[in-house]
Ligand binder design. Structure first.
Ligand code: CAA
Length: 694
């Protein structure tokens, strides 16, 4: 028998144990092993029932994702599942850890399912751009009805065992050890001579379902699933479960599954799945590097960022102290936090009790001495070097030895900040994205002297506060904001050349960005960038192309949403195209002698996004990012780049690096090479015909 599955006996119960660490994925060896173990249980006359259980930390966590896209190796999962369901003796799934995807589908073909209280079940395939393709969309609705099945399958969320029991997915919770509990359950089933329960034969819950249920569900997920392919196919498959006999429903599920498998989104989403795991690995920081446990945190600065950062700690039960230099600023900061939590409670995304718990963990102070015992202090004060250095010199005096001294700077030099202390090894950047309590990205920035322990600690802290942490090197703008510069610049130039803000925004919104660059600028406030540009005006090369439109809007007092006008005119929060802005753009173009022309959507997309890719290539070559997939993670979780496109670097690879390069070179010929100089790494990889990894 294959080593990935073991057959043993406990009295008259055959125990089938899956042994495929780390997560017992359904690799070929496991599939083969399950078939052989079932056959042995069937053959052995002394076996009255069987239990399928996972060894190690979990039940089966799904298909082996690494096998996707490769030629399938027999036996297929369907064959395994058919054999389980058709077994002549009762088969019981015994679940601990997670039963996910194909793992839950295995359990759904068993005649009964038991689990420990801490277990979770789910069909997360949609997150990989596919649907549960081994009967999950046909069996789950039969067990729990279409509404709840739709919710689980289209969200991919995990359901804790007690809820799965209440829903009817599980038949019993085992208190105490799983295997003896499952064996006892199996013995009871045999003793009571219970008839085998085949989920495929249960039709009550899928009969007489009104079409409106599916229509309403489709409407309900329109915003969340915008641009995605798989969620809609999931709904079609569940609808088929309610319209067709089981076998025909299975065929329909197969067709829809294959459509997902063939979709480029599947490739992109699986890329992101592995990228999210890869990003935690730092080549020169071994996985066993000791980390500082964060049991207490402190934040300097109780503004929007500081407050948002504090909420992250309180949300996971870590006490956090906010430091401000005036009582008034402190109270304002604490009030804002309270208001943000209250909004979540009102919206139903947080329980009042959870809010009360979190608020109790947040306190304020005006005295540096009172934050000295924190394991990490994160500075989130005004973005100015002199101010930051003053703060760090003070932190150096008060913080306990071994504490991490972090800065939330989004652009400034971490080494210079660290030089204000006598312990640069403990200094590091932890760049949060606004709103800091919502956005999942944490861009950690290593200084030249940051120690391995400091790096490992802030990466671990990212997991602790449920962020995706990426490690960046120290440079102006780090990974994310450095790439952003070209995006905004080209969007501005396109206006002068003939596009309108609403045309540009629509193209990027349709591409999958949460909003286009101009709607985004209006939301963030145009005055912020204006102030920065004025500060840097003396550094600008007078011969370099510069669009004045944004500055002119600001001079007119149009700062964006907050003043009721920016690139758009606002009625409440509704953005309306504004002819006045069009006139202003036309005049700006005329002054420069630019003849405005029709600009295609394709040009808008490539002009705005190829600079990201080109700068990403430089960032990669300089070692600011460890791998191209880290850049993808930054843009997906920090800037809302559509996950189903895999991030800007993956997206470019799919287009083909030679094609991207050719377009960049063409833009260089049209607009000058100062903004369109191809990155050497892009040139090399395109010539070699390879992807970023070489
Ligand atoms: N296939 C292959 N490798 C997998 C895997 C899978 N299904 N699930 C996890 N792994 C790997 C991870 O890549 C990681 O590898 P490295 O250590 O080399 O980086 C390792 O297992 C551990 O995974 P995590 O770091 O994620 O561990 P965790 O404890 O944080 O989470 C988990 C465990 C909840 C199972 C999580 O890994 C997870 O959500 N996995 C994916 C589950 C899933 O999507 N299943 C559905 C698969 S598709 C399917 O089943 C289709 C079908 O219909 C047949």
């Amino acid at each position: 028998m294959s080593k990935a599955v073991e057959f043993s006996k406990q009295g008259a119960v055959g125990v089938i144990t899956v042994l495929n660490p780390p997560v017992n994925a359904l690799s070929q060896a496991v599939r083969q092993g399950l078939i052989e173990a079932l056959a042995e249980g069937e053959r052995d006359a002394s076996v009255g029932s069987m239990v399928i259980i996972g060894s190690g930390r979990t039940f089966i966590a799904g298909a082996d994702i690494r096998e996707f896209g490769k030629p399938p190796l027999p036996p297929g999962l369907h064959e395994v599942l058919d054999r389980i369901e058709a077994a002549s003796k009762p088969v019981i799934a015994a679940i601990h850890g997670t039963a996910l995807g194909g793992g839950l589908e295995v359990a759904l073909t068993c005649h009964w399912r038991v689990a420990v209280r801490e277990a979770q079940v789910g069909l997360p395939e949609v997150k990989l751009g596919i649907l549960p393709g081994a009967g999950g969309t046909q069996r789950l609705p039969r067990l729990i009805g279409p509404q709840m099945a739709l919710e689980l399958i289209t969200s991919g969320n995990f359901l804790p065992a007690p809820k799965a029991l209440a829903a009817g997915i599980l038949d019993e919770l085992v208190e105490g050890e799983l295997l003896p509990g499952a064996v006892a359950f199996a013995e009871r089933v045999v003793a009571e001579k219970r008839p085998l329960r085949l989920v495929s034969a249960m039709n009550d819950k899928v009969q007489g379902i009104d079409a409106s249920l599916f229509e309403n569900f489709r409407k309900g997920i329109e915003r969340k699933a915008r641009g995605y392919f798989a969620p809609w196919r999931c709904i079609d498959a569940v609808e088929a479960a309610c319209r067709l006999p089981f076998r025909d429903g299975m065929k329909r599920e197969r067709e829809l599954f294959m459509q997902c498998m063939d979709s480029p989104q599947r490739k992109a989403q699986i890329h992101v799945f592995f990228a999210e795991r890869e990003v935690a690995k730092i080549p020169d920081v071994p996985a066993d590097t000791p980390v500082r446990k964060i049991a207490k945190a402190a934040i300097v600065g109780a503004g929007t960022m500081g407050g948002g950062i504090a909420m992250n700690f309180a949300n996971v039960g870590v006490p956090v102290k906010l430091l401000e230099n005036s009582q008034e600023a402190l109270e304002r900061g604490l009030k804002t936090i309270e208001r943000n939590y209250a909004t979540s409670v009102q919206r139903g995304s947080m329980a009042q009790a959870a809010m009360d718990r979190a608020m109790k963990l947040i306190s304020g102070t005006q005295r540096y001495e009172e934050i000295g015992d924190a394991d990490i202090v994160i500075e989130a004060v005004f973005e100015e070097m002199a101010v930051k250095k003053e703060v760090f010199a003070r932190l150096d005096q008060v913080m306990k030895q071994g504490a991490i001294l972090a800065s939330n700077t989004s652009t400034l030099d971490i080494d210079e900040i660290a030089s204000a202390t006598k312990r640069p090894e403990s200094v590091i950047g932890t760049h949060f994205f606004s709103p800091a309590n919502v956005m999942r990205l944490l861009e950690n920035v290593r200084g030249a002297k940051s120690s391995k322990e400091t790096i490992a600690s802030v990466m671990a802290m990212g997991r602790q506060i449920r962020k995706v942490a990426v490690l960046a090197g120290n440079c102006d703008g780090f990974i994310g904001n450095r790439m952003l510069a070209g995006y905004g610049r080209e969007a501005g130039f396109l206006l002068e050349e003939g596009a309108t803000p609403w045309q540009v925004d629509k193209v990027l919104y349709d591409f999958g960005m949460p909003m286009g660059p101009f709607a985004m600028a209006d939301l963030a406030g145009l005055d912020v960038g204006w102030r920065i540009r004025k500060g840097k005006a003396h550094l600008r090369d007078p011969n370099e192309r510069y669009s004045e439109v944004a500055d002119q809007l600001c001079e007119m007092g149009r700062f964006g949403q907050k003043t009721g006008a920016g690139y758009y005119r606002y009625e409440g929060r509704d953005a309306k195209p504004d002819p006045e802005v069009e006139k202003l753009i036309e005049a700006a173009a005329a002054r420069k002698g630019i003849r405005r022309r029709q600009i295609s959507d394709e040009e808008i997309l490539t002009r705005c996004l190829y600079p990201l890719v080109n700068e990403g290539a430089r960032i990669l070559e300089e070692g600011i990012a460890i791998r191209s997939s880290d850049i993808d993670i930054v843009w997906i979780y920090g800037y809302g780049f559509p996950l189903y496109r895999g991030g800007p670097m993956f997206w470019a690879e799919q287009i083909g690096l030679p094609k991207v390069l050719a377009t960049i070179e063409e833009y260089g010929r049209q607009h000058g090479r100062n903004f369109w100089e191809p990155a050497p790494l892009l040139v090399r990889r395109a010539k070699e015909g390879k992807g970023w990894a070489g």
